[in-house]
Design a protein around this ligand. Structure first.
Ligand code: CUA
Length: 285
């Protein structure tokens, strides 16, 4: 329909421009012709009807998007510079990769810890601004198992374009197993193993390598028990308290050569999880 009207309007505009152009310099204006009422009524009524049809159609879609079905499964989503975290009622808490069951309505309760982000999953046709100090709500119903890209689509700072995630849609049974495993955090694991698991699930690896190569942040390899030089010229010994402080107040003692870009994990990690990460770092000789 857009193409039809585009061609019609541009073609007529071009034709009239040529047909009724002023041919002679200083030529007098000719009197305007009579207005045929039927033609004017026609070109008002037809587009009005078309636009009304589109309005009703679009408004119903908007309502369907806005009203969350009553029996939806709820996941809490948090956006912050520059990652996504997901909290499940059963206790599971993961970063950047969300797992949801196929064929079920999923409600997202979204909020931000700092600035405005925007939660965008093109495959699900949902996009919602994520604001600090309030909740926004979105929902979807994934019909196919698979991995779908998640983007932040509100410019939120220097690492905005790296604020990427995945939505993993799995079968109902697989979801129950995953939720079970993810919620029984660390049970039957040594603190060191649990720390290794958290290093993955909390996405520490996006900035901190284990092989000695520097990323956005210093590597974790072989730092425990050693002195590091700080950006302000002091140096500090990497011990349990330094690690804890760096997780909860990352800007307090920034290692020389790195930007103070790490977000705080205050409220995102329980004490037990911090203990496990400390144990994990200790083991990285
Ligand atoms: Cu968060 Cu862009």
């Amino acid at each position: 329909m857009s193409l039809f009207f585009f061609v019609l309007i541009v073609a007529l505009a071009t034709y009239f421009t040529l047909r009724y152009r002023r041919r002679v310099e200083g030529e007098a204006l000719r009197p305007a012709p009579h207005h045929p009422l039927w033609l004017e009524v026609t070109w008002v009524v037809i587009p009005t009807l078309l636009v009304l049809v589109i309005f009703v159609w679009g408004f119903r879609g908007y309502l369907r998007l806005s009203i969350v079905p009553a029996e939806a499964y709820e996941v809490k989503v948090n956006g912050q510079k520059w990652f996504w975290s997901f909290d499940y009622a059963e206790g599971a808490a993961v970063v950047n990769e969300m797992v949801v069951p196929v064929g079920r309505n999923v409600k997202l309760l979204l909020s931000s810890k700092d600035v405005i982000h925007s939660f965008f999953v093109p495959a699900f046709r949902i996009k919602k601004d994520v604001l600090p100090n309030r909740y926004s709500i979105a929902w979807f119903h994934a019909t196919q198992v698979g991995e779908y890209d998640l983007y932040c689509t509100e410019y939120c700072g220097s690492k905005h374009s790296a604020m990427l995630g995945k939505v993993k849609v799995v079968g109902e049974r697989e979801f129950a197993d995953w939720l079970d495993a993810a919620s029984s955090a660390g049970e039957g694991m040594t603190p060191e193993e649990y720390g290794a698991k958290l290093y993955q699930s909390k996405a520490c690896y996006t900035c901190h390598s284990l092989d000695g190569s520097p990323g956005n942040g210093p590597t974790f390899k072989g730092i425990f028990g050693h002195d590091v030089k700080l950006a302000d010229g002091r140096s500090v010994m990497v011990d349990e308290n330094y690690i804890r402080e760096s997780i909860l107040t990352p800007t307090a003692k920034v290692v020389a050569g790195f930007q103070p870009i790490m977000p705080t994990y205050q409220g995102l990690l329980k004490d037990r999880e911090i203990d496990a990460l400390v144990a994990f770092l200790k083991g990285l000789k």
